[in-house]
Design a protein around this ligand. Structure first.
Ligand code: UDP
Length: 253
């Protein structure tokens, strides 16, 4: 069967298709989970449906508080309409507590509060395993300018304050997260907006009281059912799809 629409890009957890209008794309959330630069892989039934809903929820909230992002509208269980952007080749990581790579690198106990939110960058390159890079590299290699980085830090900290509050309201501690940033042009004027996704795939989320992990570390560290963890997050936020049956991408007008 011929594909119903043009695939633009396929990543580890999502597929991008041509959108119905110029400047738009359709973002499809797969059930695939990967960790450790895709050395560990699995299909987690229902993950894509949950992440589509959760990313919609966070991006809509960001729009409502004036943080620009790529989300336009959700189309169905697994797809959302987004603005086409030029992705800045960086993973922008914000940390409130030590965990994962920073805990390892600095020999800190996971969960140690950081003196202030720390923003760091990895260069998006799977072959290299997304290496941590300093601002100096980013500017020297032209991935982003100093002005871009100032704007990116401002965006990342607003997203951090927003997500921290939203999660805290439902008894979840936002330990760290990753966002990606895209460029859009209004005529000659370039703006940076939040792109990609915001979901438990790209956050560390711990229950405030018990410390239970409710994020992709459940998969990375074999701590139980990832779907159960993401469903718990979605339930607490009041974001639950009425039908969790996986569905095929559908053609939209
Ligand atoms: N993260 C991500 N994608 C990546 C790397 C990290 O979404 O390719 C997220 C990760 O889920 C965590 C935060 O960024 O919430 C910080 O990750 P860290 O640098 O500690 O790396 P990890 O321990 O996940 O390898």
């Amino acid at each position: 069967m011929a594909p119903r629409r043009k695939k633009i890009y396929e990543g580890k957890a999502k597929v991008l298709y041509e959108g119905p209008e110029p400047g738009t794309l359709v973002q499809y959330f797969k059930d695939d989970a990967t960790a450790f630069n895709a050395q560990k892989k699995d299909v987690i039934e229902g993950k894509g449906v949950l992440n589509n809903r959760l990313s919609e929820y966070f991006m809509t909230g960001l729009t409502n508080i004036g943080v620009p992002n790529h989300f336009i509208k959700r189309l169905n269980m697994r797809e959302q309409l987004i603005r086409q952007v030029e992705i800045v080749p960086l993973e922008v990581i914000v940390r409130n507590f030590a965990a994962g790579s920073i805990a390892k690198r600095l020999g800190m106990e996971e969960g140690t509060p950081l003196p202030r939110p720390i923003v760091e960058y990895s260069y998006k390159n799977d072959e290299l395993g997304d290496p941590l890079v300093p601002e100096e590299y980013i500017i020297a290699f032209g991935w982003a300018s100093q002005q871009d980085l100032d704007d990116i830090v401002a965006l990342a900290l607003r997203v951090n304050d927003f997500l921290t509050g939203v999660f805290y309201g439902v008894g979840i501690k936002l330990v760290d997260f990753k966002i990606e940033i895209g460029r859009v042009w209004d005529g000659d004027f370039m703006r940076l907006i939040v792109a990609d996704e915001i979901s438990p795939d790209s956050c560390r989320l711990w229950d405030v009281k018990t410390g239970q992990k409710l994020d992709k570390d459940v998969f990375r560290r074999d701590l139980g059912s990832l779907t159960d963890a993401y469903t718990e997050v979605a339930k607490r936020l009041g974001v639950l799809p009425t039908n969790t049956q996986p569905i095929k991408p559908t053609l939209i007008n």
